[in-house]
Design a protein around this ligand. Structure first.
Ligand code: CA
Length: 292
């Protein structure tokens, strides 16, 4: 198995980044990851007014995958997510959906015990460990790791979790995969601007798929196929994710577009990943049993 340490990070996904690792297709990699704040808040005394914002949203990588060429698909199966025994959640004035109601920065160190995050003495939240940032280099330019788009990035989607496979476009030779920003718990929306941000380790299997045009990014779980889309405007993100699923049903599964639309209207759940990043992310979930 290949291994990357959490000091091997980038803050933007770009075709000009130098790979820190080269692997053949169908390889397993263990990524160590820093939290979204690069571990800058470790105690109640740490104040995030003094955060170094240039060190926010690091992603470990990038990884060059031999044989991955523009037009291919990078398949990343998440085998395991390991997290430490605490994490941090932050919010404050101007941050997230209710930032206009807040005067002061607020942060909360949250212990993690077994399968639960101890939000308060009375509130124990079951973990849903997930990857916030996962993506590849765009064809040109540099996209900060905090921004989600067609290349993946900061999608903050709670379905990017153990057992899921995420499909990303290959835009440049080698794809240049990077990931980070683990959350121990996060709800759809991520409304305060952060999940339960944790460092950790992620084990993935990376492969290359040839000659299979798909509307990316997509997620495959045991039970569902999902399309994702990001846009500054949430309505547009929803529309794009829905159109992507219709195109997928039409192109890959032989549905008429009207049939696809009706199926999605009855059985395709439209959900929100997050509404707090520079682009908002929506997804459509459809049970895989309807594709047989
Ligand atoms: Ca994030």
């Amino acid at each position: 198995m290949f291994h990357l340490t959490k000091d091997q990070v980038i803050y933007a996904m770009s075709p000009t980044n130098t790979p820190v690792l080269t692997i053949p297709p169908n390889s397993q990699i263990e990524f160590e990851t820093a939290d979204a704040l690069s571990g800058q808040i470790t105690s109640i005394a740490d104040r995030f007014e003094t955060l170094d914002w240039t060190r926010v949203n690091p992603a470990t990588g990038p990884v060059y995958v031999t044989g991955a060429e523009p037009g291919d698909i990078l398949s990343v199966t998440i085998e395991k997510i390991e997290i430490p025994s605490s994490g941090v959640t932050i919010t404050g004035k101007g941050m997230g959906v209710v930032g206009h109601l807040l005067d002061e920065p607020a942060s909360k160190l949250i212990p993690i015990e077994g399968d639960f995050a101890l939000f308060s003495e009375k509130i124990r939240l079951p973990l849903n460990k997930m990857i916030g940032v996962i993506g590849v280099a765009p064809a040109e330019g540099a996209i900060p790791c905090g921004i989600p788009d067609l290349h993946g990035g900061n999608m903050d989607c709670k379905e990017i979790k153990e057992g899921a496979t995420i499909l990303l476009p290959v835009n440049v030779p080698g794809a240049l995969l990077a990931l980070g920003d683990l959350h121990a718990v996060m709800a759809d929306g991520e409304i305060c601007v952060s999940g339960l941000e944790v460092s950790g380790k992620v084990t993935v299997t990376v492969d290359v798929i040839k000659n299979q045009p798909l509307p990316l990014p997509m997620i495959l779980s045991d039970t569902h196929v999902m399309t994702l889309a990001s846009h500054e405007d949430l309505d547009q993100a929803v529309d794009l994710a829905v159109v992507n699923m219709v195109e997928y049903l039409y192109n890959t599964h032989g549905f008429e577009k009207s049939e696809a639309a009706m199926l999605l209207s009855l059985a395709g759940d439209v959900r929100i990943c997050q509404v707090v990043d520079p682009k908002k992310t929506a997804r459509v979930e459809l049970r895989r049993e309807y594709l047989k």
